[in-house]
Design a binder for this molecule. Sequence first.
Ligand code: FES
Length: 104
Amino acid sequence: MPEFERVAAVSEIPPGGRLSILVDDLPSLLVRIGDEFLAVEDVCSHDGQPLTNGPVEGCAIICPRHGAKFDLRSGQPLCMPAIEPISTFEVQVRDGEIYVRPRS
Ligand code: FES
């Protein structure tokens, strides 16, 4: 089972905010929706575009290149042109710190 690694403090990300992080050397994105933190691979499964600056709608992020939308909880694509999911990570918040690990 992979270990959780600390990636940020809760205070670094306001509600609606996001932070670029590395998880196992993989560019990833930590997004705060209300009090929930979600972490996904920061690479669109359609053609490799970083999702870093993509708009967030509800619990989904939209690829800024061709408009594919991904569920931030499951990583599943919600519309074309993406047909493959992106990776999501387990997130834990403990004592004001955010920890992330790959799903096994
Ligand atoms: S690269 Fe993301 S939708 Fe095409």
